[in-house]
Design a protein around this ligand. Structure first.
Ligand code: 26Q
Length: 823
């Protein structure tokens, strides 16, 4: 790996950055902080020492960044997210600091291999998937474009579960990412805030009888304690803070109970408090609606707001100026209780009247929506909500009254529309609608791709869009090119640098200079050689972990993401079965060798998603054992997909599978990572695929299937999958093989219901898109066999997706939503 980039010398405070000094510091950290002698130090000890030295290098810049924002009274951005899917930080940090080569050399002088110890770092997996990874990319980009920003979230003791595959089934195990401690964080015991739950609300009158205030007397209290992680931007320009809250009991042991001999009872409170930050909810849709989740949402929203207000009051005194100095961003509805909490703090604690507080709140908040799936829109049973947050319930009623009053005065707002925009869902069981709360309490509501934003206007938020026209806007997602090109694909990074120079390192769109090299046969060969080496790296990992041999000369066809019916891993598997069948029936034909790779986690309670994992594994076992297709078709399910696995799998892909039912994937970000690394997309016209197509050009992407509009039409015109299946011999044959137990001889009925669902309703239109998908795959084979053409297409992907840098996305947020300057 060679990222020989020096940070801007003007901004580098004091410390020597040469390999010799670093080696001395690492040794000293090993001795005095880890407490080990180099002769007995384990690889982990070296990692700890190295991480600490790297962190030291961030600290001065961190303090300088904080001081600068304070002295200049800059407006700050606060990104509230229940998820930050960070991954490993060592390579990312030293690469952004421009110290990669110096560290490599320093370690090598100590007989330690940087890559080897870097691979031992545990993945901070404090997120489920796209939404959490987006938050992590945004943190890095906000530091890069020099925005004073703070991320706020929860320091889960247990992040995303570790997935094992046992007999083909997903098994969830706790992730122990903190078992060696987190070398990047700073505990801030003194930064702690009390969070209340339950209890009652009283109306109190001031001594002079002039003022009335609501006083909430919570029944339970816990402490939120801050843990700060520095986040360094590209070239070490700025270092921002990711502040994660951990829950602690206000009263660690109830001394009176303890002294009375009730030792267990005395510690119960403590366990209950700590349970708040114990575990990440491992579902990325179909919110479970559990009380603990709402408690988590309120816990971190309240702590973050108290922190923000304390800072603001200290610096500016008056809270009516909050919107000028703070932009608070809600990453989906998960922190939307913050809207009611800010109202409460402004009115009940700081004495503002409702109208002023509401103006300040709307001026401060902005909300990003990440899904249109109706089952993923958060709402809480009203009785539970009221019991847990009685004062917030009152405030929500007051907000609702104000909004509905406004709507009634609006042309064309009939009763149905009023019902749609209400914060309360009426009917048998009343519920609080968090999406509507987030919408009305924000001055900006954005979608994450052009199509998604248009669909938001037409569907979930149609009526609110009519009431507040102009509030909905689009911010197409992005990915950080540092982690997703420079660090995960050092071979391609070096090749690109050699070809077009360094400009793309600061302006990802300058990758377009690569277009001039497309006709250079030697460059194409070099590009293909990098891909080949990345495939060998992945094949090695698969051989080590799964004892399956992959041929790097075959097409590596990759679908990695959460397992979800709408993402249609099933379409891919069924097509794989159809191909298997074709190869067996026509062994005389000239088949193109292919490796099908799958990876991803299923929500533990999502039965069909887990069954799809089992099917992928059953199909893999059968195909990989069959000598009739040896050398032509292999299928692999790689367990425990996470950020680190993505960093190996994505650079090794020839084909990127982005095959969701059109209209259902809000954006996708994996699609961008694959294209940047020179994979060719086989995809539907969904989410950001559409914008990728616009940039790489129609000839460099393989689009198939129904459009979102056509999906809608089919659904409303009585879609009949059975007739479609019966008209497609290949599909019918594949489904009958699956349903009859060819892949599950031990339990022939295992997939009967899954396949029956396709015949019966096929909500995700697998049948409707099957033939088009299969045809696209045979086009892939054809193009692969014209390797010059393939390589041209691949290069044009890397060259033309620089726009999907999260630096661009963040600049748009800064200019159009937050009103903060950027570099
Ligand atoms: C909500 C309540 C209770 C429990 C869990 C949840 C929950 C948690 C996570 C609901 C949804 C999520 C995550 C959603 C998500 O990752 N969405 C993805 O966001 C990406 C970034 O914008 C998009 O690219 C993807 O298209 C979208 O699916």
């Amino acid at each position: 790996m060679n990222i020989g980039v020096k940070p801007d010398p003007e901004e580098v405070p004091g410390r020597p950055a040469d390999a010799k000094s670093l080696a001395r510091e690492i040794l000293s950290a090993l001795t005095y902080r880890v407490g080990k002698d180099p002769t007995v130090a384990t690889q982990h000890d070296w990692l700890s020492a190295t991480s600490q030295v790297a962190r030291d290098r961030m600290v001065e810049r961190w303090m300088a960044s904080t001081k600068r924002a304070y002295q200049q009274s800059d407006k700050r951005a606060f990104y509230l997210s229940l998820e930050f899917l960070i991954g490993r930080l060592l390579i990312d940090s030293i690469s952004n600091l421009g110290l990669m080569e110096a560290f490599r050399e320093a370690l090598s002088s100590l007989d330690v291999d940087l890559d080897e110890i870097a691979a031992l770092e545990s993945d901070a997996a404090l997120g489920n998937g796209g939404l959490g990874r987006l938050a992590a990319c945004f943190m890095e980009s906000m530091a890069t474009v020099d925005i004073p920003a703070h991320g706020y979230g929860i320091r889960y003791t247990n992040g995303m579960f570790r997935q094992e595959v046992s007999d083909g089934w997903q098994v969830e195990l706790p992730e122990t990412w903190l078992s060696h401690g987190d070398p990047w964080e700073f505990e801030r015991r003194e930064r702690s805030f009390e969070i209340g739950y339950g209890g009652t609300v009283e109306l109190v009158t001031s001594a002079d009888g002039m003022e009335e205030r609501h006083l909430w007397k919570p029944q339970e209290r816990v402490l939120a304690v801050a843990y700060d992680t520095p986040v360094v931007g590209w070239r070490g320009k700025r270092v921002n803070t990711l502040r994660l809250w951990s829950a602690m009991p206000v009263d660690p042991i109830l001394l009176d109970r303890f002294n009375a001999g009730d030792h267990i009872g005395a510690l119960m409170e403590s366990n209950k408090a700590e349970s708040l930050s114990l575990v990440l909810y491992p579902a990325d849709s179909s919110p479970a609606g559990q009380e603990l989740r709402l408690r988590q949402e309120y816990f971190f929203s309240s702590a973050s707001l108290q922190d923000i207000l304390q800072r603001h009051v200290y610096q500016y005194g008056d809270l009516t100026s909050l919107p000028d100095k703070a932009a608070i961003h809600l990453n989906d509805t998960h922190p939307s209780i913050a809207i009611a909490e800010l109202m409460r703090l402004l009115m009940d604690v700081h004495g503002l009247d409702f109208e002023t507080a509401w103006r300040v709140t709307k001026g401060t908040f902005a909300y990003t929506n990440h899904t249109l799936l109706p089952e993923a829109l958060e709402s809480w049973q009203l009785s539970m909500f009221e019991h847990l947050l009685p004062r917030h319930m009152q405030i929500i009623y007051a907000i609702n009254a104000a909004v509905l009053k406004e709507a009634r005065g609006h042309e064309g707002f009939d009763d149905q529309k009023i019902r749609n925009i209400s914060l309360i869902e009426e009917g048998g069981q009343r519920r609080v609608r968090m999406g509507n709360l987030a919408f009305v309490g924000s001055h900006s509501v954005n979608g994450v791709s052009a199509l998604h934003t248009e669909l938001m206007k037409k569907t979930v938020f149609a009526d609110l869009n009519q009431l507040y026209p102009g509030r909905i806007n689009n911010k197409t997602n992005g990915i950080t090119p540092r982690r997703w090109l420079m660090e995960c694909n050092p071979g391609l990074f070096a090749l690109v640098r050699e070809a077009i120079g360094d400009r793309f390192m600061d302006d990802t769109e300058a990758l377009s200079d690569l277009n001039t090299h497309v006709e250079d046969a030697a460059f194409r060969e070099a590009f293909a050689a990098v891909k080949r080496a990345n495939k060998e790296r992945l094949a090695k990992m698969v051989a080590e972990r799964l004892a399956i041999r992959l041929d790097p000369a075959a097409i590596f066809d990759v679908q990695v993401k959460r397992i979800h019916e709408y993402k249609r891993q099933l379409l891919n598997i069924v097509e794989t079965v159809a191909l298997y069948d074709q190869i067996r029936s026509h062994p005389e034909l000239d088949w193109t060798p292919r490796v099908k790779l799958f990876a991803g986690k299923a929500a533990p309670s999502y039965y069909n998603a887990k069954l799809i994992i089992k099917l992928a594994n059953d199909v893999a076992r059968t195909i990989n054992r069959d000598p009739a297709v040896r050398g032509l078709l292999r299928v692999v399910f790689v367990p425990n997909y996470n950020v680190s696995a993505a960093e190996i799998m994505i650079p090794a892909a020839d084909i990127s599978e982005q095959i969701s039912t059109a209209g259902m994937e809000a954006s996708g970000t994996g699609n961008m990572k694959f294209a940047l690394n020179g994979a060719i997309t086989v995809g539907t016209l969904d989410g950001a695929n559409i914008e990728i197509k616009e940039r790489v050009g129609d000839d460099n992407i393989l689009i198939f299937g129904l459009t979102a509009e056509e999906v809608g039409e089919r659904r409303s015109n009585g879609y009949q999958p059975r007739a479609i299946i019966e008209a497609s011999p290949e599909l019918q044959q594949a489904l009958s093989a699956i349903t009859s137990g060819v892949f599950s001889p031990d339990d022939r009925d295992r997939y009967r219901d899954l396949v029956a669902g396709l015949y019966d309703h096929d909500w995700f239109m697998v049948a409707a898109d099957f033939d088009a998908y299969s045809a696209a795959q045979r086009r892939v084979d054809g193009i692969w066999n014209d390797r010059a053409r393939w390589n041209r297409m691949a290069i044009r992907n890397t060259a033309n997706v620089g726009w999907f840098s999260s630096d661009r996305t963040i600049r748009e947020y800064a200019r159009e939503i937050w009103n903060v300057p950027t570099k």
